[in-house]
Ligand binder design. Structure first.
Ligand SMILES: *Cc1c(COP(=O)(O)O)cnc(C)c1O
Length: 392
């Protein structure tokens, strides 16, 4: 399997057929499993081997198919599927950390990730130091011999700054710390995170992996000894496992993710190029534009600019709201990675709880609109954006 190409693995990887020989992956919608004899039950509980299941929270054939397909895509030894992206982030951190440990994290994080690192981990005696993710000197200064783990999102939200996986992995590994990367904005299609030094890669599968706005899910990928030795015991006993129905939706999502993400990227690039220099826009932020400060890093790390772009309108909140309300194809929502194009005003929604000063420190204000580009015709998307700008 591993010798096959990415798209072939996305369609066939990890497939386990039942005795009925179904074409589409089966949903094993069952909580438990029956054993032929009492002896077989006893044996199963002594040691559960591959493709042997005892309870839905511990493992399920449909979920295992999703885990195998994801591991092939990421180039990871193994994977554990979770109920949501946050179950993946909090599970990975909780499974790897203990009281007395020190963590260094990038400051620009998804709100719930920030909550876990800032509010929850310290309650259990884990010290967390926050740094500017793009400042390698700050990472060097922050890691200490007792640093056990570093955490960051490889592309920040909503300012789309790249964090250098290779450089930070070298800094972390020099003190023996694990590198845990939340790679959602980079997408698993463009990820080479493990090759670049990450130990553990996590995704919210809710985003590009589902890609059609249906279910929440997540996945933790990494070396088999960590996934099966530390992550699986933590997740299966604390209850954050993925449901078989979700795994089935995600398997269907994986079949088309390469096509979707590449089409989304082409659309994002077309929009970025069309609005670059537009009179009503102060700044276009797209890592695939040569003018983006991290353009070279994006090319090296992802080989593409990705599916997200942000535009900064001159007239603050009023201008941003007029722009959003004039959109006809883009929908106003806060998800991302979807087949439908989505526009978000972070200052009043996803980042509403931050103070204006905190938003300014993250590099954005009331004029920023974040765009998650879908798979509609790029010409229609560009026309929608230009018409909405006319309305501003
Ligand atoms: C959405 C998201 C999460 C959380 O995922 P859920 O599936 O919503 O729990 C974590 N990190 C990043 C970067 C995200 O975009």
């Amino acid at each position: 399997m591993t010798k096959r190409g990415k798209r072939t693995n996305l369609v066939h990887g990890g497939t386990k057929r039942s005795q009925w020989g179904e074409v589409s992956e089966a949903i094993f919608l069952t909580q438990g499993f029956v054993y032929d004899t009492a002896e077989a039950a006893e044996a199963r509980f002594i040691k559960t081997g591959p493709d042997e299941y005892i309870y839905g929270r511990y493992g399920n054939p449909t979920v295992a198919m999703f885990e195998e397909r994801m591991a092939l895509l990421e180039g990871a030894e193994d994977a554990f599927a979770t109920a949501s992206g946050m179950a993946a982030v909090s599970g990975a951190l909780s499974a790897l950390l203990k009281a007395g440990d020190h963590v260094v994290s990038a400051r620009a994080l998804f709100g719930s990730c920030l909550y876990v690192l800032q509010e929850i981990l310290p309650r259990f005696g884990v010290e967390v130091t926050f740094v500017d993710g793009g400042d390698l000197d700050a990472w060097r200064a922050a890691v200490r011999p007792e640093t056990t783990l570093v955490f960051f999102e490889s592309m920040s939200n909503p300012t789309l700054e790249l964090v250098d996986i290779e450089a930070i992995s070298a800094i972390a590994h020099a003190v023996g710390a694990w590198v845990v990367v939340d790679n959602v904005f980079s997408t698993p299609i463009y990820s080479k995170a493990i090759e670049q030094g990450a130990d553990i890669v996590v995704y919210s599968a809710t985003k590009h992996i589902d890609g059609q706005g249906r279910t929440l899910g997540g996945v933790i990928l990494g070396p088999r000894d960590i996934i099966r030795g530390k992550i699986e015991p933590y997740m299966k006993h604390t209850g954050g496992s993925m449901s078989p129905f979700t795994a089935w939706v995600m398997l269907k999502g994986l079949e088309t993710i390469d096509l979707r993400v590449r089409a989304q990227t082409a659309g994002a690039k077309a929009i970025a190029e069309a609005v670059d220099g537009h009179a009503k826009i102060q700044r276009v932020i797209y890592p695939g534009l040569a003018s983006h400060p991290d353009y070279a890093l994006a090319q090296r790390q992802m080989g593409a600019g990705g599916t997200m772009l942000s535009i900064v309108l001159g007239g603050g909140k009023a201008a941003a709201f007029r722009f959003l309300n004039a959109l006809q194809v883009f929908v106003i929502s806060n998800n991302l990675g979807d087949a439908k194009s989505i526009a978000t005003h972070p200052a009043t929604t996803t980042h509403q709880r931050l103070t204006p000063e905190q938003r300014a420190a993250m590099g954005f204000g009331d004029g920023l609109v974040r765009l998650s580009v879908g798979i509609e015709d790029p010409d229609d998307l560009v026309a929608d954006i230009l018409a909405a700008l006319d309305a501003v």
